[in-house]
Design a binder for this molecule. Structure first.
Ligand code: FES
Length: 234
């Protein structure tokens, strides 16, 4: 319990678990890609970064609020930083936005527009990954993955399945099923929570519904009996 100063305004907090929640409580909309209150905090995307009165920058989703804190959510430094983060994410992302099924509802695309990222100065050094369409319900395109880990945590923490996880490190880091399997070869139950949480087109729903229903009629395809309610909180 205490009071923080956010962009010059006093804001009281009680049991909010992080600075980001207090910022949102104050009605300030700062972008995030990897924070969801329903799953654990990962602190991967750094878009929620804010600056304090000593010039220190930190991810607001990963910092507990403290009485007397003074923070700025939209200083010149933060604006530049945020734009750079989006540019770097786009640099490691395939560029077929115009034909992507998520176009128009992709959070990364919307942020690029909102923050005015019109040029990408960096080369994409990631290798091209095969698209996995083995599932009866989902298509997984690792080339559009921004490694936010939202699908991993939703699958593990909300559904208790754990069909996806991180593999490799550095520029080779990727989210895939264990042992490089296809998604259809895992314990995936086709619930679609990963798609609900994915901010980009890395996981999409198959749109040819006839194929989906045919595939789901196959007795060997497992479908979750009790699907947790699909949730999506920005
Ligand atoms: Fe805080 Fe992604 S929302 S690091």
């Amino acid at each position: 319990m205490g009071t923080m100063t956010i962009d010059g305004r006093k804001v009281e907090f009680t049991d909010e678990k992080n600075v980001l929640t207090v910022i949102r409580k104050a009605g300030i909309n700062i972008p995030t890609l990897c924070y969801h209150s329903e799953v654990s905090t990962f602190g991967a995307c750094r878009l929620c970064t804010v600056e304090d009165d000593r010039g220190r920058t930190f991810a607001s989703c990963s910092e507990e609020p403290r009485d007397g804190m003074v923070i700025y959510t939209n200083s010149g430094k933060i604006k530049k930083y945020r734009k750079l983060v989006v540019e770097l994410l786009l640099a490691a992302h395939c560029r077929d936005c115009t034909t992507c099924v998520k176009s128009g509802e992709c959070v990364l695309q919307e942020l690029a527009h909102r923050l005015g990222v019109h040029n990408i100065r960096f080369q994409n050094t990631r290798e091209h990954y095969e698209i996995d369409d083995s599932s009866p319900s989902l298509i997984r395109d690792p080339n559009k993955c921004i490694l936010c880990g939202d699908c991993v945590r939703a699958c593990e923490e909300l559904q208790g399945i754990g069909a996806l996880n991180f593999a490799y490190r550095g520029t080779e880091a990727i989210v895939i099923p264990a042992f490089n399997k296809k998604i259809a070869e895992t314990q995936c139950v086709n619930c679609g929570q990963c798609r609900v949480f994915c901010p980009t087109g890395a996981i999409s729903i198959k749109t040819h519904m006839d194929e989906v229903w045919d595939a789901l009629a196959d007795p060997d395809v497992r479908v979750v009996a009790q699907i947790a309610p699909a949730v999506r909180v920005a």
